[in-house]
Unconditional design. Structure first.
Lengths: 116, 116
């Protein structure tokens, strides 16, 4: 079974530029998550999708971050304009179903973003 | 609000020694789920275990074992006879048992180094 695919693996941009990350979840997984992991910290949820609808985006900085999951499959996370503090690893994860918190999430390898 | 504390930032042990990673959590929920994930240098988070709040039985899987104690809000992880391949960052995480929301709250992680 193929895992969660993310691209690119690495990205370096200048502040105020825009950047986009792509994620393809495990086939059949209805729930998709984007997490931000700053160096030395644990991942923090940015947004959770159930199919193509947003379940939780309470920690997404909506003035600069946006995400979409068209057709309920793959997803794109965008940052525009980027700030230095956005330097982090962006992890995508997916899980089989939504149900009372008892389903483990499978993570991709992440995209390491450096903003200079 | 939920919180996960991993007080040990870094641990180094010599190969074949046993090592315990501590995890303390806070939640107001009576029903919740606890997780451990491993993050090797490649970056992806690898699921290790899920435990629900009603099941306080300890679990053993090969060289790994987990000790869940509700009375102290702890969910500790022990590796027996450690190996170099166990070197990674380990995260403890908590999720609510709320239908449709499986957001994981992560601790800050413990970096484990196994010295050959």
């Amino acid at each position: 079974e193929a895992g969660v695919a993310q691209s690119p693996r690495y990205k370096i941009i200048e502040k105020r530029q825009s950047v986009a990350f792509w994620c393809n979840p495990i086939s059949g997984h209805a729930t998709l998550y984007w997490y931000q992991q700053i160096l030395g910290q644990g991942p923090k949820l940015l947004i959770q999708f159930q199919n193509n609808g947003v379940v939780d985006d309470s920690q997404l900085p909506k003035d600069r971050f946006s995400a979409e999951r068209l057709k309920g499959v793959d997803s794109t996370l965008k940052i525009q304009p980027a700030k230095l503090e956005d330097s982090a690893v962006y992890l995508c994860a997916s899980s089989l179903r939504t149900g009372f918190g008892n389903t483990e999430a499978f993570f991709g390898q992440g995209t390491r973003l450096t903003v200079v | 609000a939920q919180k996960v504390t991993q007080a040990q930032t870094e641990i180094s042990v010599v190969e074949k020694e046993d090592v315990t990673l501590d995890c303390v959590y806070e939640t107001r929920d009576t029903t919740y789920y606890l997780f451990w994930y491993k993050q090797p240098p490649s970056g992806e988070l690898v699921f290790l275990i899920r435990r629900n709040s009603f099941d306080e039985q300890n679990e053993i899987s090969g060289r790994y074992s987990w000790n869940f104690q509700k009375s102290t809000s702890s969910f500790n992880f022990t590796i027996t006879a450690s190996q170099v391949v166990d070197s990674a960052v380990y995260f403890c995480a908590l999720s609510e048992a709320v239908f449709g929301n499986e957001k994981l709250t992560f601790g800050t992680g413990t970096r484990l180094t196994i010295i050959p």
